[in-house]
Design a protein around this ligand. Structure first.
Ligand code: SAH
Length: 249
């Protein structure tokens, strides 16, 4: 039996946002590997082994996937959103690069998914309609000084900025410090979108000006988008639309 690995994105939550390509890979798989809540989104069936593991051991999980594929298993490594955005695809290639030469002969594919910032942006309107960047506020894998420098430079460059992992138990103050840096560069008026659990039954969207934005408004399931100087709000009875025009003066 020929093994393979598909590193697949499950999208932001809704079943309708899983691509047919990912569904097909899961239907052929013998093993699914991933962080517990992501593996829980895969429907169990006979012949499919689910390996749910803790999120802090990404490289172990990647090596496990490579070993199983080397034994001829058909392995899907699952991430939420897109596997290439702050997720398992890069971890898998890190393990591949450092691992035995034989692993390089394996059939490895990355199957894209809808990443949180695109799902959140679509729900709010089009805040990423002009130039933007994405910053991971987790400092598990990089020093806080680097995060802060990137936040400041992105704000000075007038990007709309999407923030992943805005808050966690280990770093409750990261988002508050980020807002301080942003207020320093951009003032108080920028719209800030807090998009929580997008495309799930717990979804909540909230827009506040930067001057009123607080770290406690986000949790681990929230994606934060801070607008550029061009980002605007269209007020409507049905709820505001947040968008960034496609041109800049
Ligand atoms: N690979 C994922 C991101 C993993 S990092 C992707 O492409 O979306 C985890 C962070 O993603 C969370 O802390 C949160 O900021 C964001 N996120 C993931 N799913 C989300 C959702 N449904 N709604 C809002 N934010 C989400």
């Amino acid at each position: 039996m020929t093994g393979w690995i598909a590193v697949a994105g499950l999208g932001p939550g809704a079943a309708a946002l899983v691509t047919p390509e990912v569904t097909a890979a899961l239907a052929e798989a013998t093993d699914v590997i991933g962080y517990i809540p992501y593996v829980a989104r895969v429907t169990p069936r006979a012949g499919l082994t689910l390996h749910a593991s803790d999120n802090r051991v990404e490289l172990d999980r990647a090596r496990h996937a490579l070993e199983l594929a080397g034994q001829g298993r058909r392995v899907v490594v699952v991430s939420s959103g897109d596997p290439g955005v702050f997720a398992m695809a890069a971890a898998l290639f890190e393990a591949l690069e450092a691992g035995p030469a034989a692993w390089r002969a394996l059939d490895i594919r990355v199957l894209p998914g809808i990443t949180a910032m695109l799902a959140a942006s679509a729900k709010a309107g089009a805040p990423l309609g002009h130039d933007f960047c994405a910053i991971n506020l987790s400092d598990n894998l990089k020093p806080w000084e680097l995060v802060e420098r990137r936040v400041r430079l992105a704000a000075e460059a007038d990007f709309a900025i999407a923030f992943y992992n805005p808050r966690s138990r280990a770093r409750p103050a990261a988002l508050e410090r980020t807002f301080d840096v942003l207020r320093d560069v951009c003032g108080d008026d920028r719209p800030v979108l807090f998009a929580r659990a997008v495309s799930t039954p717990e979804e909540v969207l909230r827009i506040v000006p930067l001057g009123q934005a607080q770290g406690e408004m986000a949790d681990m399931r929230t994606l934060v988008i801070v607008g550029s100087s061009r980002t605007r709000i269209i007020a409507r009875e049905a709820g505001p639309i947040l968008y960034t025009p496609r041109w800049a003066p």
